[in-house]
Design a protein around this ligand. Structure first.
Ligand SMILES: C[S@@+](CC[C@H](N)C(=O)[O-])C[C@H]1O[C@@H](n2cnc3c(N)ncnc32)[C@H](O)[C@@H]1O
Length: 277
């Protein structure tokens, strides 16, 4: 295994995550039978399911499209693309526990026929050339050091004119960001790039820009709403949020995201690109 793969697995991996999630849901009295039942914890990015829906609309994802979700986490975005946009989705993630948990949740909500997961490296994809109509990624590229290799792989597996949609964190005007963050406890697995540089790399890799939007303000607005909605807990019922995925440092990671956004150390972007011939 390559060194960076182990570092990513060490950061995100949680032994028995699937059991941990099911137990937390049971204690909170939540049954997992419908796609909506997992929304509070299975979209591991700013603005949750709404962000996925928004990008899917911008990218014009639609029924019957074959989509690859790179760095799929526990599968929330992949399930949304299948359940709400009619896509057939393949998810790939380095972390075995995430893939196992993604498959378990997908079976439970009845989407196992249209969403498939496999463990793998998104910079070395286990798929044939020109296999997908669209490639998709949310909050993963900041973990990837060799972005040139990633974009070359995405281009390889997309059919000509295929769509690449991304929702990512870029560096801002100040650096470095404050750690820990949801994607890295320190600098060693965080590879932030400026917006212009990221767009430039994509064009160089053979992608044509359809849309590029800075959504930093909307992200801050969302956090304000989240903070305003938090009520002090007086019971022992587990919270079913991203705390399930972020572990014991969840509160510090979330606080640092907000601080980094406010200090312009990070920015949030949406992009839609088309593979050139
Ligand atoms: C912040 S999470 C986002 C998960 C998911 N995209 C979502 O929005 O719910 C980042 C994900 O990228 C995955 N990841 C990071 N580097 C990767 C790589 N080289 N190959 C595959 N997955 C990777 C991590 O394992 C993790 O699941």
């Amino acid at each position: 295994m390559k060194e960076y793969e182990q570092s990513i697995i060490d950061h995100y991996g949680q032994k028995d995550l699937d059991t941990h999630i099911l137990e937390a849901c049971e204690r909170a009295g939540r049954r997992i039978t419908l796609h909506g039942d997992t929304a509070s914890f299975d979209e591991f990015h700013i603005r949750g399911r709404d962000a996925t829906r928004e990008l899917a609309r911008l990218a014009n994802l639609r029924e019957g499209m074959k989509v690859l979700d790179l760095g799929c986490g526990v599968g929330g975005p992949a399930r949304t693309l299948a359940a709400e946009f009619g896509c057939r989705v393949w998810g790939v993630d380095l972390v075995e526990e995430y893939c196992r948990c993604a498959a378990m949740l997908t079976e439970r909500v009845g989407l196992g026929e249209v969403v498939t997961f496999r463990q793998g490296d998104m910079t070395d994809l286990p798929f044939e050339d020109q296999d997908f109509d669209a490639a998709w990624t949310e909050h993963t590229i900041m973990n990837i050091e060799d972005k040139g290799k990633l974009f070359a792989e995405i281009r390889r597996v997309l059919r000509p004119e295929g769509i690449f949609a991304l929702y990512e964190i870029c560096s801002g005007s100040a650096s470095p960001p404050h750690f820990p963050l949801p994607w890295a406890s320190d600098q060693s697995i965080s590879f932030l790039t400026g917006q212009d540089a990221l767009g430039g790399m994509l064009r160089e890799a053979g992608f044509e820009e359809i849309l590029w939007r800075d959504v930093t303000e909307a992200s801050l607005e969302w956090f304000r709403g989240v903070v305003a909605g938090i009520k002090p807990r007086t019971d022992n019922v587990p919270r079913l949020g991203l705390n399930l995925l972020m572990g014991t440092t969840a509160a510090d990671k979330s606080k640092n995201i907000v601080r980094n956004l406010k200090e312009d150390r990070i920015r949030v972007v949406q992009g839609v690109f088309r593979r050139t011939e």
